[in-house]
Every structure is written in C-alpha cells, then in structure tokens.
Design a binder for this molecule. Structure first.
Ligand SMILES: [Zn+2]
Ligand SMILES: [Zn+2]
Length: 318
C-alpha cells in the first residue's frame, strides 16, 4: 500500500528568490515545478497543501524580536545585506520568508492532524543557516528551527529527530539546539574545512545533558554514493536511539554531482535511499509523522531528480 503525501505548492513560495545571477534564484526550481504539477494532477495520492503566511509570533518562536524587526526594515528598503555577504535584501524579502515559514508550519499542522497525510513536503523550506539573531547562507528565517520549536511546544515530553543531508552543515539548527536533549540531529554534509559554513565536526555531539544526541557525518570533497551510503548506515543507529515523535528531513540537493557550489558527487540514488530509510523510521517510531523540507540545490536538474526521488519513495509506502 502506498502512502498519501502532501506537497505544499503555490506562487507565493516562488517569491523567495534573490536577484538573477545569485544561486538561490527561482530558476533552480523550474524543472521540479513542472514535474510536480504533473504529479499533483495525475496521482490522487499527491495532495496539494495550501501555502500560508507566518505571523510575527511564529518567527519569534526561534528568532530574536529585534532581528525580526531588522528584516522588516531591510525588506522595506529592499537593499543592503542581511549577513556578512551571501544574503542580500530585496524588496519584499520579509513576506517571501514569512510565506516559507508559514507553509512549513502548515505542513506540520497537516501531519499533526494526520487525517489526510502523515508525510508532507515543503520544497522551498529547509533554510537551515539562519540563526536566532542573524541571517546566513541565503537563509533569512529558519523554518526548520521554527517548526522544531512549534512541535516541541505541542509535545514537550517526546523527542524530535532532525535529519539533514544538505551538503552544507545545518549550523542554524545545530548550535541553537546544542544543549537540547530532546532534539536528535543527524547531519551528513561536506567537511567544513572545504565548504561553508565551516562547522559540523565529528566531535560535536551536543553539550551538557544533550551529549550524544547529535551526530555530524562529514564527507570528503569528491565523495560519491558509496561514502554517502556508509554515512547512512551510521545515521540509522541514531534514528533508532532517538525514538522520535516527529521526524524532520532536510533533503538538500546540493550534494549531487554537478552542483555549482559544493564538491560532493553522489547521485539521486543516495536521495532515494536516504528517503527510503527515514520513511521506514517514521513508520517504525513516529507513527508516520514526517516533515520534509527541500533545502539547497543549485542545479535545476539535480533539484528535480533528487526531490522527485524523495517524493516517489514516500508514495511507494514501506
Ligand atoms: Zn509512509
Ligand atoms: Zn546547502
């Protein structure tokens, strides 16, 4: 039996696009969008989840109020930088970010409700570099961390598992939750000595009461499917240990061969396998509750291949 899968889609999500020439431009989604529309129309198991705009208090579940205010002002001005260099402001950047956050939270709402779908995907979510008080690496508001806070508020006594295969380390999730024993993090990424943000090493396993709840699996530049699969073996041990109530999967497509920003070389097969295993874990531990966020990926072909593989794996059932 296959599983119904919710996919959030709508024009509002396409407004999170830095000017032409910037890697985080809407063209990266072009091929995926065409294929997704076809799937939504042809497969009754693919349900469209409506987009939603986050309220200010949603942002403040994770971000500092003065930072939220700063983004609002920068959005009106429509110019300048939001971080030290990678994340320029554009007119309306606040709203564009608020639609992404709201849509991720809407996906979470569908999953928690569980009547229509247990799995939901926000393809433009997964902005895992934004910190409580600053932007970073093309990310303004961190929808992943906001969803973690929202879910934790609803179910404080249970663990959450965050699984991130984006080629970049999810520093905006790791550091703010380094001391949180209820958040398990498994992050497979390119070694920080060679790639932004330069963090996420083996020895970083959480601090204080949270020691042992996080694992950073670093891949050498040039690593392919074999290395990814070995990392996945180790990842699965943590899936089991975490016994989560909810799983969040950041499925960044920038580790595939041909991505212009990173040096990893695996294929969409790795995405399929990662999705297969995290999907199985969701049915085993979290009653199917699985929130998928797209993350990075700067080659339109790779983005389409990787995320369609993930979607197919979930639709196939376990
Ligand atoms: Zn399923
Ligand atoms: Zn990335």
């Amino acid at each position: 039996m296959g599983c119904p899968v919710g996919v959030a889609w709508g024009q509002e999500l396409l407004s999170y696009s830095f000017p032409e020439g910037h890697p985080m431009n809407v063209t990266r989604l072009s091929l995926f969008a065409i294929e997704l529309e076809k799937r939504i129309h042809s497969d009754p198991n693919v349900k469209r989840i409506p987009t939603a705009r986050a309220a200010r208090q949603d942002m403040e579940l994770f971000h500092e109020p003065k930072y939220v205010e700063f983004v609002l002002e920068a959005s009106k001005a429509g110019a300048g930088l939001l971080d030290e260099g990678d994340t320029p402001a554009f007119p309306g950047i606040y709203d564009a970010s608020a639609w992404i956050v709201g849509t991720t939270l809407n996906c979470l709402k569908y999953i928690e409700d569980g009547r229509e779908v247990k799995h939901a995907i926000n393809p433009v979510g997964g902005l895992h570099h934004a910190k409580p008080g600053r932007a970073g690496g093309f990310c303004v508001f961190n929808d992943a961390s906001i969803a973690i806070m929202a879910a934790h508020k609803h179910t404080p006594d249970r663990n959450i598992l965050y699984f991130d295969i984006d080629a970049h380390h999810g520093d905006g999730v790791y550091y703010p939750f380094e001391e949180a024993p209820w958040l398990y993090i498994v992050d497979i990424h390119e070694d920080g000595r060679y790639l932004y943000p330069g963090t996420g090493y083996r020895e970083e396993t959480g601090t204080g009461r949270a020691i042992g709840t996080k694992i950073n699996l670093c891949l050498r530049p040039g690593a392919g499917d074999d290395e990814f699969m070995s990392a996945l073996e180790e990842a699965e041990e943590v899936f089991e240990k975490s016994n989560p109530w909810l799983i969040i999967f950041q499925a960044g497509a920038d580790g595939l061969l041909g991505d212009p920003l990173t040096h990893l070389r695996y294929s969409a097969k790795s995405h399929g396998e990662a999705a297969r295993r995290i999907h199985r874990a969701a049915h085993r531990y979290s009653d199917g509750r699985l929130l998928v966020l797209g993350g990075g990926g700067y080659s339109p072909e790779n983005v389409a291949n990787a995320w369609l593989r993930v979607t197919e794996e979930l639709l196939q059932g376990v």
